[in-house]
Design a protein around this ligand. Sequence first.
Ligand code: GLV
Length: 387
Amino acid sequence: MPVITCIDDLKRLYRRRVPRMFYDYAESGSWTEQTFRENSTDFAQIRLRQRIAVDMTGRSTATEMAGQRVTMPVALAPVGLTGMQNADGEIKAARAAEKFGVPFTLSTMSICSIEDVAAHVEKPFWFQIYTLNDDDFNRRIIDRAKAAGCSALVITVDLQILGQRHRDLKNGLSAPPKLTIPTMLNLATKWSWGLEMLGTRRRFFGNIVGHVEGVSDPASLSAWTAEKFDHALNWDKIRKLMDMWGGKVILKGVMEPEDAERAAALGADAIVVSNHGGRQLDGALSSIRMLPEIAAAVGGKTEIWMDGGIRSGQDVLKAVALGAKGVMIGRAFVYGLGAMGEAGVTKALQVIHKELDTSMALCGETAVTRLGRHNLMIPKGFLDGFA
Ligand code: GLV
């Protein structure tokens, strides 16, 4: 077992083990990838204030996200095609999250179905839904999530139309991969991935294939989004989805205070400041830059979370100190999954937890719930440099 010290170690292994097409899918942003890059580089601009001679015994990273007790303020974000990064990937990630005590969110675009994941975990997980133009499908999938005991619905509100990721087009991304000559040459170098994939029957979009009609290529994310995503989405339709669900709702993909106000007024239990990991509107500011403005606007009315660019416990600390009650991680756990399956997801969570706990201690804090602006040094113009 290699010595893993940080998320980047997992990423290196992941890159070696997983077919190019799926590595590229996770590691892409849209168009020039400016927003994708800045999600991470903006975190690096924020610095931490060291304190000394503070009793650091009895520390706790535990808190709550949407009323759920969590070991640390980190939830696994919904990530499409997770089961292509490693055989049965959603089941493995859900189990690792459950054992660690953090929430797992299953994507509609998962390979393992809702029912399948539910059969392999003990506690409820969260389910993510897109805003589709097919009410019948929306109702059926919401009913399936209820029947599986999911405890919150994460509604993705920033994907009515797909931001272009160049590499997915060039690679002909599909699940399972279509066997073109370049794909086969690449697969030949990924034998452990291939052997595990041959050992599972879960190789298609498990929530979709057999449950939806009228998509020209059910293996293709882009065909599905072009044909089924609701270009006419509005706030009423979001409310309708929330009513259909009737339980806890998290609205993910909010980047403007005005939109955050609307989301809070609808009664969302949490909103996620997110630019979809830089995969949608290229040119949007990073999530960490937008977070404080949104937290100031609606922080008292609903829980504010963020995602985008989190690759360490220090990043979690910075987000919480800037007003996030919690964060979601996507790529950071996918690297672990692709590198080492369930053990890799556990490793990613352990790495982030240890970094968060140690950094918190060195900042002179003993509880994640007491982090705040006093723990940070922020460069001039960082928060108000854009008008
Ligand atoms: C889907 O949500 C994607 O970002 O690919």
